[in-house]
Design a protein around this ligand. Structure first.
Ligand code: FES
Length: 163
């Protein structure tokens, strides 16, 4: 709980303080919308609707523009992301070596589809066009870890390591 005795969780209060500091550091600076969005996403892990509205209020930028920018760039996420990001490569080299079967099995294991997050926020699943290590195809990345020369049967043992 918050130290002032209200019912707001302390973690939420801390995030609000960080957001206020972020607004202060960019107040009056031209072209600050993207860095503010990046900073807010770093605080919350994604960009909640209420935070986007708060950004609009604090910066004086119309909400339609704030939402427009947040939805335009792939780097911004408007819904919660998992603690572990699984990226399955569906690029050409991975495709010819069974990338689609890998993707299918990951979806089965996690019980989610592309760009979805498990209800417990453990995993978010994404596909990418190339992970830059085609020699290891088929490849997935979990967070910063590369797993190459995969077979569908190996996936369960890999994913269990990420909580
Ligand atoms: S195509 Fe998959 S890593 Fe390049």
């Amino acid at each position: 709980m918050c130290e002032c005795g209200c019912t707001q969780p302390a973690e939420d209060v801390q995030k609000e303080r960080e957001l206020e500091t972020l607004f202060e550091s960019w107040r009056g600076v031209k072209g600050s919308l993207i860095p503010i969005l990046q900073g807010a996403q770093a605080i919350y892990g994604y960009l909640p609707r209420e935070v986007l509205l708060q950004i609009a209020r604090e910066t004086g930028i119309p909400p339609s523009r704030v939402f427009g920018v947040a939805t335009f760039y792939a780097q911004f996420h408007l819904s919660p992301r998992g603690r572990n990001i699984v990226r399955v490569c569906l690029g050409t080299a991975c495709h010819v070596r069974g990338g689609a079967r890998i993707f299918e099995r990951v979806q089965q294991e996690l019980e989610i589809g592309n760009n979805e997050t498990t209800p417990d926020l453990r995993f978010t699943l994404e596909t990418v066009a190339c992970l830059g290590c085609c020699g290891l195809s088929p490849v997935i990345m979990v967070n910063d870890d590369t797993h190459g020369r995969l077979a569908p049967d190996k996936l369960k043992d890999i994913l269990v390591n990420y909580q």
